[in-house]
Design a protein around this ligand. Structure first.
Ligand code: MG
Length: 191
């Protein structure tokens, strides 16, 4: 148990077979995440999922609050977009707009495989221990990044529209979350 008083990190090192599915931190939206707190934890790079984390599924638009958060994050951290899009046109377009690098791929070249996280970490030029991953999916974003040795932050999806497979995985993720909560191994939401 760690930092219980802060009320948002019940267990940084969960045990048991479900441990890889447990995020280090939960937040409602990306812009709710305290960047100063991440720096205080020794983190210097942030990998960001795109669909339903920064934008709606297949979307381009971001809220002004998120744009401001990203602007600040770009000053204090090395950033990289990490997406499971096969065709990367939209990923590249958004990455270019933000002025940050990106990686994308599917199957063995996508999340939750370790390869895509290693590629993204290599682009930041910092070690995995100093890197956080922010995403809306327990299996693709959290499990994959945890196995790659990253600090993981789970956010709620921006919208309800998504690929039907993703919706199915989210139901399964709900079951895993309830099981982890029962064991008091799920981080409390600070907000
Ligand atoms: Mg996503």
């Amino acid at each position: 148990m760690e930092n219980r008083d802060a009320g948002w990190e019940v267990c940084a090192t969960p045990r048991g077979p479900l441990r890889h599915f447990c995020p280090h931190l939960c937040a409602r939206r990306v812009e709710d995440i305290d960047l100063a707190d991440l720096r205080a934890r020794g983190l210097r790079a942030i990998l960001l999922d795109l669909d339903n984390t920064l934008t709606t599924w297949r979307g381009y638009e971001m809220t002004p609050a998120l744009e401001a958060w990203l602007e600040q994050a770009r000053r204090d951290f090395r950033l990289c977009l990490v997406s499971n899009q096969i065709k990367g046109r939209r990923v590249h377009e958004i990455a270019d707009r933000l002025g940050i690098p990106c990686v994308h791929g599917l199957g063995p070249w996508g999340k939750p495989g370790r390869l895509i996280f290693r590629r993204a970490v290599a682009l930041t030029g910092l070690p995995p221990e100093q890197t956080a991953m922010i995403g809306d999916q327990m299996f693709a974003d959290i499990c994959g990044a945890r196995r790659a040795g990253l600090y993981t932050i789970l956010v709620e999806p921006v919208g309800k529209r998504e690929l039907f497979i993703t919706a199915g995985m989210r139901k399964l993720a709900g079951w895993v979350e309830r099981a982890l909560r029962k064991r008091e191994q799920w981080p409390e939401d600070k907000q």
